[in-house]
Write a protein that binds this ligand. Structure first.
Ligand SMILES: Nc1nc2c(ncn2[C@@H]2O[C@H](COP(=O)(O)OP(=O)(O)O)[C@@H](O)[C@H]2O)c(=O)[nH]1
Ligand SMILES: [Mg+2]
Length: 459
């Protein structure tokens, strides 16, 4: 590049920055909440789906100002989000959901549009907005509270959790192992062996519907941290953690380095750079899993929301200067319920978030809650029952069976124990609807999502 070109390039970069032409969008949610499906759909809508009929509430598309989106070249600092592979899974016969990914990834887009009015509309043939999408596990946000807990407090927290009704049976073998633990032994092999047992327990919890709160977040998905000593970590029994012994000292040391070398850098490097955030919540699976699960989802959301509490005295403001200005809470997989239940689903999500929302100070961020399906798995309609039109959905079950049914009502408030005892929620998982490349990808409210997240930047 010649000097002149360099200067022009720099000036170009500067104008872009001056116009704030870059958005970093974080997409998170607990494992299985629908992040992969969400990003796949969002990117597909922005690169292929510029049909007004498919995105009626996305202003830039409806006003026919959207000129299209292209994938951008990517810095090699993070794995790339596997968009093309995911689209291939959806095209298989029968259609498949993309496999669940672990860890974080990123995808860059360059969006082109005509400005609606003003100087830019008059001076430029088109405007551009760079969109960076960053997918990261919600489990990483569950680590934030560890910054304010000592190792001993964490042990207490963990064992209170493991004693809950839906968790206690699985915890028994590890509990027994700890009861016989030699607190004076801090040998490498011994600590690793106990860590492996804890990891196995975490894996079982991960597979148990309704066990959301699994800490530390990197033990199951270590990524580049695999083999790091600080990942030799597990909660001793609270009365053990109070003792002054070699094993307690070692675990405390690992716990402290985990906080310093994993949690804090995540917030400073990744989180601090985000401008907007989507948090996906799979409320319907929690209802399926019962009372204890729904309670734990609420608790997990409360902890996750601490990451969006930017009050002047908050933990995060002490770590860095947060700049997230919009947060979208999305109840995912809404197509498992009939459309007239979506209102209740949104209210349920709002209630799950209410307590934490009240306590946090969102001065800077605008928040919104909605019920969505990133990739539709069902069609909705009506059947006649005793002469009355009854809403229903139809789709294909995982075992390939064709289904037409009313999945039941969604409660608009968090049900109590009595309701769960009397009623079994059963929102059945479905395969995605058949789809071929070149067609629009069907969804529920992705246009509202796009309008909330990007509408103001595409004016
Ligand atoms: N019906 C329906 N199911 C979905 C949707 N999005 C995700 N799912 C289901 O939820 C599972 C987990 O989604 P995924 O995107 O992999 O979650 P992640 O772990 O957060 O990335 C998928 O395999 C699907 O079975 C959706 O929009 N509609
Ligand atoms: Mg994923």
């Amino acid at each position: 590049m010649s000097l002149l070109q360099k200067i022009q390039q720099q000036r170009h970069d500067l104008t872009h920055r001056a116009f704030d032409r870059h958005i970093r969008l974080g997409v998170t949610g607990l494992s299985g909440s629908g992040k992969t499906a969400f990003i796949t759909s969002l990117v597909h809508q922005l690169t292929q789906g510029d049909e007004p009929a498919n995105l009626p509430f996305f202003d830039v598309v409806r006003e026919q100002r959207y000129l299209g989106g292209k994938l951008a070249a990517q810095l090699p600092d993070m794995p790339r989000f596997p968009l093309e592979q995911n689209l291939q899974y959806l095209q298989q016969q029968p259609p498949q959901w993309p496999p669940s990914t672990v860890g974080s990834s990123r995808l860059g887009l360059q969006l082109r549009y005509k400005a609606a009015a003003g100087l830019r509309a008059r001076l430029q043939s088109h405007s551009e907005l760079a969109l960076d999408i960053i997918d990261y596990p919600g489990e990483w946000l569950l680590d934030l509270p560890l910054l304010e807990m000592s190792y001993r407090q964490w042990c207490e927290f963990s064992w209170q959790l493991f004693n809950r009704e839906h968790r206690t049976t699985l915890a028994q073998p590890f509990l027994q192992q700890l009861q016989d633990v030699d607190l004076t032994n801090d040998g490498e092999l011994y600590v690793q062996q106990l860590t492996d047992s804890y990891k196995q327990l975490l894996q079982q919890y991960h597979d148990l519907p309704g066990a959301y709160l699994n800490q530390p977040g990197r033990l199951l998905v270590p990524g580049q941290l695999a083999g790091a000593p600080m990942l030799q970590l597990f909660p001793l029994l609270p009365q053990q953690a109070e003792q002054n012994t070699a094993l307690v000292a070692k675990l405390t040391q690992h716990y402290d380095s985990y906080r310093k070398h994993v949690i804090k850098p995540f917030y400073r490097r990744y989180f601090a750079a985000l401008d907007r955030q989507v948090i996906l919540v799979d409320c319907l699976s929690a209802l399926n899993a019962g009372y204890a699960a729904t309670q734990e989802l609420q608790q997990a959301l409360r902890l996750i929301l601490q990451s969006f509490n930017y009050g002047p005295s908050s933990l995060l403001s002490r770590l860095f200067k947060p700049q997230i200005s919009k947060v979208l809470f999305a109840a995912s997989k809404a197509d498992h319920a009939t459309p007239e239940q979506h209102k209740a689903l949104t209210l349920l999500l709002q209630q799950l978030l209410q307590q934490p929302l009240k306590h946090s100070q969102y001065q800077a961020a605008t928040t919104e809650a909605m019920a969505i399906a990133a990739i539709r798995a069902s069609d909705s309609g009506f059947v006649r029952v005793d002469g009355l039109a009854q809403p229903c959905i139809s789709g294909t079950g995982l075992a390939q069976q064709a289904l037409t049914y009313f999945p039941g009502e969604v409660p608009a408030t968090v049900p109590d124990r009595a309701l769960f005892a009397a009623h079994k929620f059963d929102f059945i998982p479905l395969r995605p609807l058949p789809w071929q490349d070149g067609q629009a990808l069907r969804h529920v409210r992705m246009d509202h999502v796009l309008q909330f997240l990007l509408g103001d930047k595409l004016r």
